[in-house]
Write a protein that binds this ligand. Structure first.
Ligand SMILES: Nc1ncnc2c1ncn2[C@@H]1O[C@H](COP(=O)(O)OP(=O)(O)O)[C@@H](O)[C@H]1O
Ligand SMILES: [Mg+2]
Length: 388
């Protein structure tokens, strides 16, 4: 397995340059643009080495190094190289005292950087890539009450928020087998492996699944939908639950984005899920569908808390208020996501999810709030049990 390097630098040019240089050498690269994010990604990604800029927003490089050293599990040590623009000797001393193993003064030659990385990786035995705590293993399904309500948008951006903002290990599954959209939303080609490569193997096991997952730049892992509607038939109803069960042993969250059919494939996903998020907008046909869906879930014997309603574009004018919708459904709406058509559509068109590139937008904030609420029970439990 290639060594994974976490780059923490706020300068997009440096990010690009380092990413290019390191990938050329065969390393896996994860990028954080500020100190707090770097610290979170250290927890979520368990990198083999960190390149840490000194001048950073939120937490500076010294603070990040100090925090990491304070929280590292006994007998583990992630090598850290500080990247500094300052030539003063005091700075160097401060960096090394904060817990860095080496430092480089910018600008540096790529060959010099690579040599330092190699020697540090050799000096420190590779850290076990598993986190000290077992994965949370929560399976979440996202189900649109009708087409186009924003279920895929919410699943993808919630996955990224859970990983980047809350430090969880996340796998996102495109369960819309015939017309999966994740390749479009995430700008990935048809040549990438998909669930078809899993189900057409003689036996399904975790290693096979791992080899088919696609790593997104945001740090989440993806299991893509079949590349064409014909090949979707190869996925049988028992496959998704079986795969989800194996994934939950490896991830904190497995998010499955499904299409609007109530067929055996989707029922299998609902069965496997801890929570089914029914995504809706405030219009009459959606309300009618949500009523039917809630009735069906009730007949299937699912506990009330298993099905949660997500009202998307909640502040868009539809003539039906949240109160009216709740009255018609005779239950409360559990989550709301704001309307921001431009933000959503430009993210879709550029293949860069807003939670990745514009997390501080109104839409990003709304999705983060959703992710926090979903993660809350897990976060409370984690606070009681020391994580590492
Ligand atoms: N909160 C939102 N505000 C504005 N537009 C949105 C929002 N969520 C989704 N959209 C837009 O709605 C359209 C359908 O979204 P999509 O996620 O593909 O829906 P679904 O998966 O339910 O079919 C897309 O053009 C998307 O950009
Ligand atoms: Mg969809």
């Amino acid at each position: 397995m290639p060594a994974k390097i976490l780059v923490v630098d706020d300068d997009p040019n440096v990010q690009r340059l380092l990413q290019y240089t390191l990938k050329q050498e065969g390393y896996d690269v994860v990028v954080a643009a500020d100190g707090a994010e770097g610290f979170r990604l250290w927890g979520a990604e368990a990198p083999n080495l960190i390149l840490l800029d000194v001048m950073l927003p939120t937490l500076d490089g010294y603070q990040v190094a100090t925090k990491i050293r304070a929280e590292e599990a006994p007998n583990t040590h992630v090598p850290i190289i500080m990247l500094t623009a300052e030539r003063e000797v005091e700075q160097k001393v401060r960096g090394l005292r904060a817990g860095a193993d080496d430092y480089l003064i910018k600008p540096f030659h790529p060959a010099e950087l690579l040599a330092r990385i190699k020697s540090l990786l050799a000096r420190f035995a590779p850290r076990e890539t598993l986190l000290a705590r077992p994965p949370l293993g929560r399976i979440l399904a996202f189900y649109p009450a009708k087409g186009g309500v924003g279920s895929t948008t919410i699943a993808i951006n919630a996955a990224i928020a859970l990983h980047r903002e809350l430090g969880r290990k996340v796998c996102l599954v495109d369960g819309n087998l015939q017309f999966g959209d994740h390749r479009v939303f995430l700008d990935l080609g048809l040549d990438r492996k998909s669930i078809v490569d899993v189900v057409s193997a003689p036996a399904i096991d975790p290693d096979l699944i791992k080899s088919v997952l696609v790593k997104h730049d945001s740090g989440i892992d993806l299991l893509l939908a079949p590349p064409s509607p014909e090949t979707a038939e190869l996925v049988r109803p028992e496959h998704l639950p079986q795969i989800a069960e194996m994934l939950r042993a490896m991830y904190d969250y497995v998010l499955i984005d499904v299409d609007k059919r109530l067929d055996d494939v989707n029922l299998g996903v609902f069965e496997a899920a801890e929570i089914v998020f029914v995504v809706m907008t405030a219009d009459l046909s959606c309300l009618k569908n949500v009523r039917l869906i809630l009735e069906t879930m009730h007949h299937l014997g699912y506990p009330a808390a298993k099905v949660q309603l997500v009202l998307n574009r909640s502040n868009a004018f539809t003539g039906i208020s949240v109160k009216n919708a709740e009255g018609a459904l005779r239950r409360t709406i559990d989550h709301q996501v704001v309307n921001e058509y431009r933000g959503a559509i430009s993210a879709l068109n550029s293949g860069a999810p807003f939670m990745f590139t514009k997390a501080d937008s109104a839409l990003g904030g709304s999705l983060l709030q959703f992710a926090r609420t979903v993660d809350k029970p897990a976060a409370t439990v984690a606070a009681l049990v020391p994580a590492r």
